[in-house]
Design a protein around this ligand. Structure first.
Ligand SMILES: C[S@@+](CC[C@H](N)C(=O)[O-])C[C@H]1O[C@@H](n2cnc3c(N)ncnc32)[C@H](O)[C@@H]1O
Length: 205
């Protein structure tokens, strides 16, 4: 979604009943990756933010080919379901989920975290950037959406992410809880306004 659509949604969303649009969020993505890391980007289609950050070091997985086609060239693109990844155990030094888990039904997130854990090497980390989604009230809009201004080193990307509200409630604490169940330790968790960044590490052996 480009900057114009982002602005239109920002205006229309405030008056629509079907869309619950929260205030625009700014997310700073630090480049914490090493030059020899192989990085798995879960739900990496669309804007393909992590692919733009680290190019050929990134394997972008998305369940939809059209979303991968939309993403900028650079990463290796693989059509696959993050709940059942087609990679051997311990394949990646790092993994990322940039505004991806919001697209996964809450009930399916444990499976995604278990798979991320399986394919990471011991000592590897999964970075989750996402938005807190409260439980919808009885009269809640169908769609929950967030305009996001992503600041990468040297560039800014404006877009908006939207999901069915029901069944997609999410919090940093909830993600940390399921991640611990999968075997991760929570190395860091920060919240800024409505968004959060959680770093989950597969313990070294
Ligand atoms: C909008 S994108 C997330 C933002 C993206 N990471 C970026 O950088 O702009 C969310 C993606 O998750 C994908 N997706 C949803 N469920 C999935 C699943 N179970 N496995 C893999 N991809 C999935 C959707 O097809 C969609 O392209």
């Amino acid at each position: 979604m480009n900057a114009l659509v982002w602005r239109v949604m920002s205006v229309v969303g405030r008056f629509g009943k079907k869309l619950h649009l929260i205030a625009p969020q700014t997310v700073h993505v630090e480049d914490v990756f090493r030059d020899d890391d192989l990085i798995l980007d879960l739900g990496g289609g669309g804007e393909g933010v992590i692919g733009r950050l680290r190019g050929r070091q990134v394997v972008s997985v998305d369940i939809r080919k059209d979303e991968l086609d939309d993403a900028a060239p650079g990463p290796i693109k693989v059509v696959a379901d993050a709940r059942n990844l087609p990679f051997p155990d311990r394949s990646f030094e790092a993994a990322t989920a940039f505004f991806f888990l919001m697209y996964v039904a809450a009930a399916d997130r444990p499976a995604v975290l278990q798979e991320a854990y399986r394919v990471l090497v011991p000592g590897g980390s999964l970075h989750v950037w996402d938005v807190a989604i409260p439980a919808p009230g009885a009269r809640a809009a169908k769609t929950f959406a967030v305009p996001v201004c992503t600041r990468l080193p040297g560039r800014t990307i404006r877009t908006a992410y939207g999901v069915p509200w029901k069944g997609h409630e999410m919090s940093a604490d909830g993600i940390a809880h399921f991640a611990r169940d999968a075997g991760f330790t929570v190395a860091a968790a920060t919240q800024s306004d409505r968004t959060f960044h959680v770093v989950l590490t597969r313990p070294a052996e």
